[in-house]
Design a protein around this ligand. Structure first.
Ligand code: SF4
Length: 214
């Protein structure tokens, strides 16, 4: 089976295993999605959801975040890792949204990357989940699974993103990344992957190499 065929099988199998995948952050508007995603770096989505439940009531739009008092915002998000830096970026990001985009979240990679606190992972998540554009979201699970399964040999998120963009049909990209997260949490975990019971093991490079070595 060549790489293209293995990729198709992986996409198909993960789709049947995890039919309804979505981002596990809670949000109602594009701005909330952007801010929740920025806050989720080095922090669990569950913790972010606890904080944003009250945060988004206190700061309902870009203007209220842009005018927020820095020390007060730090207190509001204190239980999140790197809260000082994140509070600073949230304020600067919302100021830029007001100054350049009428308080709305833009819908291109180039524009999203100009927003403080917004890297390619956050930008892709916004493009995919909010604007329904093709998007490859390379988080820790996507990196691990795409490398273990042999879909890429690259090591940096940018290069992995480029490889997956070439290999995976645009309409499947976001779904595959979300499913890598689900499968990475349940089966292909970082420390002890459960290869023997893994439903995609027959299409996985790591598994076939292990078997050959036995
Ligand atoms: S076979 Fe093992 S390494 Fe490959 S995807 Fe499954 S759990 Fe991960």
């Amino acid at each position: 089976m060549n790489k293209k065929e293995r990729t198709e099988k992986i996409i198909e199998t993960l789709k049947s295993l995890y039919p309804n995948v979505k981002c596990s952050l809670n949000y109602e508007t594009p701005l909330q999605m952007l801010i929740a995603t920025q806050m989720s770096a080095q922090c669990t989505d569950a913790r972010v959801n606890i904080v944003t439940e009250t945060l988004f009531k206190k700061y309902p739009d870009a203007e209220s975040f842009a005018c927020a008092n820095y020390d007060e915002l730090c207190e509001d998000i204190r239980s999140i890792g790197f809260f000082r830096n994140k509070a600073k970026n949230i304020i600067l990001c919302c100021r830029r949204l007001i100054e350049h985009y009428g308080g709305e979240v833009p819908d291109t990679m180039e524009e999203l990357l100009t927003l403080p606190g917004t890297g390619r992972k956050t930008a892709n998540l916004v493009l995919g989940d909010i604007f329904h554009k093709p998007a490859v979201v390379v988080d820790t699970h996507c990196m691990r699974l795409s490398r273990r399964t042999g879909l890429t040999k690259q090591e940096t998120p940018e290069k992995i993103e480029a490889d997956l963009k070439k290999l995976v049909p645009p309409e499947e990209q976001l779904g595959l990344c979300h499913r890598f997260v689900s499968h990475g949490r349940l089966v292909c975990t970082a420390r002890s992957p459960k290869c023997e019971i893994c439903e995609i093991n027959e299409f996985c490079k790591t598994y076939s190499t292990q078997k050959k070595g036995k």
